[in-house]
Design a protein around this ligand. Structure first.
Ligand code: KG4
Ligand code: ZN
Length: 441
């Protein structure tokens, strides 16, 4: 990897090389000299020459158009995310047709911005990684077709990445960056049980390194699915409860903040019971239980008043929204959040026990949740289990995680061809029962 310098100083070195180039070349007006002869030594000193593999990642599976450039699967040179929240907020959820149109508008500027802020020309990238599923097909197709066309035009290799695989790799990516930057963080260790918990997914995987039989290089990974939601994803439940109570969209961040003023023990929702695989999830019953607590009660009138109040305003600060919530509403929110977090944590710990691992990764948008993060830290201290999360910007959808996952596929030569297409449903990993882990029942 690179020149043997520490990664942090390589980054600084590359940045300074570019700045020196700009200063030195600015007074020279001849286009020919500037770009063909004098620029050569600076080009040799910049990122393209420092890192051995620069991957452009593209993500457009839902309502974020994202592009990123990641070096050697371990260093984010740029990560640009164009959120569509303002477009979908008034509908209380993602409108697929509007999402596709927004992606079409944003994809080119977002890729250009990723290239400019990394100071890496698209010609200098070594490969393109695009999300191929699961997600909204119209949205996925925008990023996928753009990535395919770019790879073809530049004669660069292309790989397709599963969105869930990307979320899992966000943990490894950030852990490597932190450690290379000298931060005192625990090293991510495999095998790990991984909880991917977002607006579209709630799944548990056993994440391991899978070496080819005779050779330990390049690194490949295997994913065994241990459990998944049978109905709503956890983030979807947050979003639907927020919509019911007129708290805005997306619901997760706002419930997370408002719940701090509520009593998490006020409403006892009980444990979520699962028949069959105990590592599966189900959140639709909990969402319905919240509905029954609201329907036909003063909380419903309060929610309607809040809806009218919110509609007359834009970007309501959470403090002002809190002032529009009764204590009963805050208690309900806190109790709901507590029930979701308790369920996520209990099943994840059960999965770690069944798989006999002491390393847990948590990622996806709901991994931003402050209660979930705090409980995981408590558990890791009490039980000696390593629990790792990415920082919030890498928990929610982004393209750095796609580039990081794509890096290993590029290295292993798992390339896509022109037939690469989008998949609404795109399972990652086989079921654990088929692998003999024995967690079913
Ligand atoms: O990973 P993500 O950006 O997109 C999907 O792949 O679905 O996750 C978005 C989801 C939304 O449902 C949002 O409400 C939820 O993550 N979310 C949170 C928090 N921040 C985002 N849920 C609970 N607490 C949060 N702090
Ligand atoms: Zn996601």
């Amino acid at each position: 990897m690179g020149t043997g310098r520490g990664q942090e100083s390589e980054w600084e070195f590359g940045r300074r090389a570019w700045l020196a180039r700009d200063q030195f070349l600015a007074p020279i007006s001849s286009f020919h000299f500037r770009f063909s002869i004098l620029e050569l030594p600076f080009r040799l000193l910049t990122y393209a020459s420092i890192y051995s593999m620069l991957v452009l990642g593209i993500e457009s599976s839902c309502d974020e158009t994202a592009a990123a450039i990641v070096a050697d699967g371990a260093k984010i040179l740029s990560s640009v995310v164009a959120s569509q929240i303002p477009t979908h907020a008034k509908y209380g959820g993602v409108v697929p047709e509007l999402a596709s149109r927004e992606h079409l508008r944003k994809i080119e500027p977002v890729v250009n911005e990723a290239s400019q802020s990394a100071r890496v020309g698209v010609r200098d990238i070594d490969g393109v990684a695009v999300t191929e599923g699961p997600g909204l097909v119209g949205s996925l197709l925008v990023g996928l077709v753009y990535g395919k066309a770019l790879a073809r035009a530049l004669a660069k290799p292309l790989v397709g990445v599963n969105h869930l695989e990307g979320h899992i790799h966000a943990v490894l990516l950030e852990n490597r960056m932190d450690r290379q930057a000298g931060k005192r963080v625990e090293e991510a260790q495999l095998p790990a049980v991984t909880l991917v918990v977002s607006g579209g997914h709630t799944s548990l995987f056993l994440f391991e390194e899978a070496h080819p039989p005779a050779d330990s290089h390049p690194v490949l990974f295997s994913y065994k699915r241990l459990g998944r939601t049978r109905d709503d994803a956890a983030g979807e439940a947050f979003d639907k409860v927020a919509k019911l109570l007129a708290l805005g969209y997306p619901g997760g961040p706002v419930i997370d903040q408002l719940a701090r003023w509520g009593d998490a023990q006020a409403v006892d929702f009980g444990r979520i019971k699962m028949k069959g695989n105990p590592l599966d999830f189900s959140f639709s019953g909990l969402k319905t239980a919240v509905l029954y607590r609201v329907r036909g009660t003063p909380l419903a009138c309060e929610a309607e008043q809040r809806r009218a109040w919110c509609q007359a305003r834009e970007n309501v600060p959470v403090d002002e929204l809190r002032a529009q919530c009764s204590q009963a509403t805050l208690d309900l929110i806190a109790s709901f959040q507590n029930a979701v977090v308790r369920d996520l944590l209990e099943r994840t710990l059960a999965a770690a026990e069944a798989a006999r691992v002491d390393s847990i990764f948590v990622s996806g948008g709901v991994a931003c949740n402050s209660l979930l993060r705090a409980r995981c830290v408590e558990v890791s201290r009490a039980q000696g289990i390593r629990v790792l999360f990415p920082s919030p910007a890498l928990c929610t959808d982004n393209a750095a995680m796609i580039a990081a996952a794509g890096y290993y596929k590029l290295k292993a030569g798992q390339l896509a061809d022109v037939t690469l297409t989008a998949h609404a449903s795109f399972p990652l990993g086989e079921k654990s029962e088929e692998q003999g882990l024995g967690v079913g029942g």
